[in-house]
Write a new protein. Sequence first.
Length: 115
Amino acid sequence: VQLVESGGGLVQPGGSLRLSCAASGFTFSAYVMSWYRQRPGKEREVVAVISSRGVSTNYIDSVKGRFTISRVNAKNTLYLQMNSLKPEDTAVYFCNVKQQRVDYWGQGTQVTVSS
């Protein structure tokens, strides 16, 4: 299993970023995928989850209406569109797949929201 995140960077408050996660080594279309983040001094938390076919999504309250999780199974790629970014969204963002109770993580991508 390999997960490679990209798309992070420095953005001003109110700005947007789109994160990508390229997946390989497993049947991507068969698994629920998630985005997590770890803010400075905080524990890692789930941000958004998407079902295997992309029909169902869930978000933590603090990002509802601002973030959108999506996937393109034909490209083995997971996305997180982040709009109206706030300083408190500053974190390292990770994509995740859980297989047989084992969590797999990418290396993470840093998102910094600052003026």
